[in-house]
Write a protein that binds this ligand. Structure first.
Ligand code: 3HC
Length: 703
């Protein structure tokens, strides 16, 4: 854990203007030492006769980005951020906030408690608390509507979207956008303001009470319709904004405080905060101690299918130059069509302007000549999942790639070390496993084998981060880590579901139970979407464990040609305009015959049974990956499941859920199920260890 700086706030002076300068890298979070420092500096400036005005400014890349989220689970320490904001607002001398970078959450609330706001041209402002399952708790719900009116305030708080300095000036959130040097212009501005102007006294937006109440009522109805009547933080935000009109500010602040306290202790907020830190912890690779990422300016991708094109789009979106290589002219044309169609859709949906789309495409070089990859800093092969094909291609790539280039394979489950060996440059070769659709899915697994150099690993990590992905390291070694983290867990998940299918549940019941839990799609919907032939091919390659129960249902479907969406029939039927599909009666019939053939008498599973068994399988598979050293920390598994597989973010992830149940209860439930299939339900050693020691997965999280 980082040590808080000794003096995170300094008091400086320029003529008659005092500057309270926050210096708490990396993001100037408003932890207790910063709050104490600001209060002390403010009081000193107020007591000083030579000071006429006070500026709150920050060093480094940003104005405070919020409260220190790590303190939310600790005992409160005074002054609270709310108390500090009240102190600022009640100052007898004018206080001006000088905003640069991103003023977010409590940072923006501090700025709104100041009497005036000057912002850098490039600054952005937002209240993203909702994304953490909470609401602005330091006066934001009371001051923002006073400054910009209820509708815009609700927009900002209910989306978490940031506004630019230009927009902030237009809507009345900032008073001046500095043309050049923020600090200099803020000091000049401070010398022009004569007296405090507390935000709580802004009345302009409160005068039309009926209009204000109509805006609040409309938003409340919309939140209920879109998110349900139990949407905790969103509805509390609406209530607080209503209070801003109806109650004196002191009482409105109390209403906000108690709403904040209720939200911050909710399971949802704990889950969302866990997910926030899990993403950041995952990016901490041990190789960072040895090497820095090399700059990737051009990436070459071999294979322009769905995956390769998706990676190309993700790279173009991040401003990188891309060389996309296909086998022949036909392949080149199909890749071009696929990428072109993506840009057309984005332009039609208003996500991109035509000019932006055209500009991105100028950075794309599409070719069927492999020798053109020579300028790329990173070369990724993204061809079909076939060892021979990939190994031969990787050997060719090694011939044409420049000597400093990193080579990556997008394999999902083939032998990574053997593929790396095929290049003759194993130290430069790494796994980069994207998930479809690669332009949108946030997860990338970085597959690290024992011969990979720290430089190659860090470059691959840097590339994934430059694409805005959550990168998670999977250590592939000594026969462990095939399927990395995500697909290994998915396999256990699918197997648990298949056992229930064989024993009496239906695909739509299992899918429904998992959707109810919070997944967007159930396992059989995903199987239909991915194509049943893919998993079938993998099963043919994989040796079967002698103690594993084998469920033949999916194999029988492939043999019938029921491959899922691509063939119009899978667990569901997709013809007749049913986008989501309707249950396939032939599959249900085949399953019934299959059970009869195996002598299985079908039994009932409740939705709860289904959910519990699937979660047990996921957690046990996760614990196994920890024991094998494939996953470094439990929170990495949570990040993979949330980003790659749609595990509900508000639950934090499966390992966080497991801690809530406790490892010892999980171990005892597994022991009951073990006779059914020891390969699936036999408790992983890490789980048994935690159960015996009365510990939790969180105790294994290291950063
Ligand atoms: N509290 C504590 N730590 C924080 C933090 C916060 N509010 N925001 C960021 N950090 C930490 C990160 O954990 C990370 O730590 P690490 O180096 O040890 O991993 C470090 O700061 C840098 O963060 P990022 O890696 O995320 O840096 P980026 O440059 O990619 O992103 C950011 C910067 C956009 C500011 C992003 O960190 C972010 O979105 N932060 C959260 C902002 C937020 O939600 N603010 C509201 C907080 S709640 C609040 O203010 C309540 C109030 O209303 C009472």
């Amino acid at each position: 854990m980082k040590q808080a700086p000794k003096h995170p706030v300094r008091l400086e002076r320029q003529g008659n203007v005092a500057l309270v300068v926050i210096d708490n890298p990396p993001v100037n979070a408003l932890g207790v030492s910063v709050r104490l420092g600001i209060a002390a500096a403010l009081n000193a400036a107020l007591a000083d006769d030579k000071t006429d005005a006070i500026i709150i400014a920050a060093n480094g890349r940003t104005f405070p980005v919020g409260a220190d989220i790590r303190e939310f689970d600790m005992a409160p320490q005074e002054p609270s951020l709310g108390q500090l904001c009240s102190l600022v607002e009640s100052a007898r001398k004018p206080v001006i906030a000088a905003i640069q970078g991103t003023a977010l959450g409590g940072g923006l609330e501090l700025a709104m408690a100041a009497h005036y706001r000057v912002s850098a041209k490039t600054a952005r402002m937002g209240l993203p608390e909702l994304l953490l399952g909470i609401l602005p708790g330091a006066g934001g719900t009371q001051r923002l509507p006073r400054l910009i009116g209820p509708e815009l305030a609700l927009d900002m708080m209910l989306t978490g979207n940031q506004v630019s300095a230009e927009i902030a000036a237009e809507i009345g959130l900032v008073d001046l956008v500095a043309e050049d040097d923020l600090r200099v212009e803020a000091v000049t501005y401070a010398s022009t303001v004569k007296k405090p102007r507390p935000t709580s006294e802004h009345r302009a937006h409160l005068l039309d009470g009926a209009g204000y109440m109509a805006a609040v009522a409309a938003r409340r109805a919309r939140v209920k319709a879109e998110l349900g009547a139990n949407a905790l933080a969103p509805l509390k935000i609406v209530n607080c904004v209503e209070s801003a009109l109806l109650l004196p500010i002191e009482t409105g602040l109390q209403v906000e405080r108690s709403a904040f306290e209720e939200c911050v202790t909710s399971r949802e907020s704990k889950g969302l905060r866990h997910a926030f830190f899990a993403e950041r912890a995952a990016a901490k690779f041990p190789e960072a101690a040895e090497a820095k990422p090399a700059q990737v300016e051009r990436v070459a991708i071999i294979g322009g299918g769905l995956m390769g094109s998706g990676i190309a789009i993700a790279a173009l979106q991040s401003g990188l130059a891309v060389t996309l290589v296909e086998l022949d002219e036909h392949g080149v044309n199909s890749a071009l069509e696929r990428i072109g169609a993506h840009y057309e859709r984005s332009i039609a949906k208003g996500r991109l302007s035509e000019a932006q789309g055209a500009a991105a495409l100028t950075h794309l070089q599409l070719t069927n000549k492999l020798d053109l990859i020579g300028e790329a800093d990173l070369v990724i092969e993204a061809v079909a999942e076939n060892f021979e094909l990939k190994a031969n291609l990787l050997a060719d790539i090694a011939v044409f790639a420049k000597s400093e280039a990193v080579i990556a394979t997008n394999t999902s489950y083939l032998d990574l070390a053997a593929l790396a060996e095929a290049t003759g440059r194993p130290e430069d070769t790494i796994g980069l496993h994207f998930f479809a659709p690669a332009q949108a899915n946030k997860l990338v697994e970085v597959g690290v084998h024992d011969d990979a150099s720290a430089q190659a690993v860090m470059t691959a990590l840097g590339f994934a981060r430059a694409l805005g992905k959550t990168a998670v390291r999977a250590h592939v070694h000594n026969g462990f880590g095939e399927g990395y983290i995500g697909n290994s867990i998915l396999e256990a998940y699918r197997h648990a579901a298949d056992i229930m299918l064989e024993d009496g549940a239906t695909p739509s019941q299992i899918d429904g139970a998992m959707r109810e839990f919070g997944f967007r799609l159930g396992p059989y919907q995903i199987a239909d979407m991915s194509g049943l032939d893919i998993a079938y091919a993998r099963r043919q390659l994989k040796p079967r464990s002698p103690d594993a129960r084998y469920v033949e249902i999916a194999d029988k479907m492939v043999e019938q040609g029921w491959l899922g969406q691509k063939s119009g029939r899978g667990y569901y039927i997709y013809t007749g305009g049913h986008h989501m599909g309707v249950p396939n009666g032939d599959v249900l019939k085949m399953i019934a015959e299959h059970r009869a053939h195996k002598g299985i008498v079908p039994r009932k599973f409740s939705d709860r049974d289904i959910r519990d068994r699937i979660l047990l399988a996921i957690v046990n598979a996760g614990a196994r990956l920890l024991g094998e050293g494939v996953a470094a920390r439990p929170s990495d598994i949570d990040a993979v499941m949330v980003h790659g597989f749609g595990y509900p973010r508000s639950r934090g992830g499966p390992m966080m859920d497991a801690d809530a149940t406790t490892p010892s209860i999980i171990a005892s439930r597994l022991s009951v199920l073990a006779p059914e299939d020891p390969s699936l339900w036999g408790a992983a050693p890490v789980l048994t260890m935690l159960a015996n020691e009365r510990q939790k997965f969180a105790d294994l999280n290291t950063v």
